[in-house]
Design a protein around this ligand. Sequence first.
Ligand code: ADP
Ligand code: MG
Length: 256
Amino acid sequence: MAKIFCIANQKGGVGKTTTCVNLAAGLAQIGQRVLLVDLDPQGNATMGSGVDKRSLDPSVYDVLLGNATVAETRRRSELGGYDVLGANRELAGAEVELVGLDGRERRLKDALAVVDAEYDIVLVDCPPSLSMLTLNGLCSAHGVLVPMQCEYYALEGLTDLVNTIKQVHGNLNHDLKVIGLLRVMFDPRITLQQQVADQLKAHFGDKVFNTVIPRNVRLAEAPSYGQPGVVFDPHAKGAQAYVECAREMVARVKAL
Ligand code: ADP
Ligand code: MG
């Protein structure tokens, strides 16, 4: 049975997509069967996996509206070693079109149920909002992984996300848990980052991944080559950290 995880944080530019793509590739490298679902109309996770978002027909949009199955829609990230349910601008329309449909927040969950036996882990890259798309991600998931930069304002946004997760947990999805906060884009030379990183660990304890993802330019360069960072430059510090994070994730999933 596949375990489904949302990579969510309503802030933009915090490393959700980078985490999703690199964890997918890292998990594939350690033998997991992975499906990446791109729920962001920007389609960055799709492109970063080496799948051209302009060539998608159908896309995850059609899956959410019930016009195509996951099996018809998924594409292979050959370099990454995982499958991709790709997104492009069309997905922005789903937000409005879903409103009138039955079970609008369970569309993704129902679609993924059909391929449940084919994957060990499904990673859902959420858009930077607490929208109907993110709600579909949260309703389908067993857990949420929250990437965070170690900055002063990081904790502020966390409260909104935790409240949304609590509401979804109480009303729509009793399975949902926060499986971890992941400290990303970390620069140990900045004292404030070190302090916030330590505070996060002290405050949230085991909820915080032991692995810390460093700020690493190779991770930022990889998408322009249509490759996950862990494939683009496996020796880079950032790549190695994501593979380590994948190992930690598998251990956490087993303990769920
Ligand atoms: P989000 O999906 O939350 O909007 P992204 O993953 O797209 O965030 O990251 C935002 C920007 O930061 C991108 O340009 C990405 O390449 C860069 N980035 C993300 N993680 C790292 C990292 N560990 N080191 C360096 N750059 C990073
Ligand atoms: Mg993103």
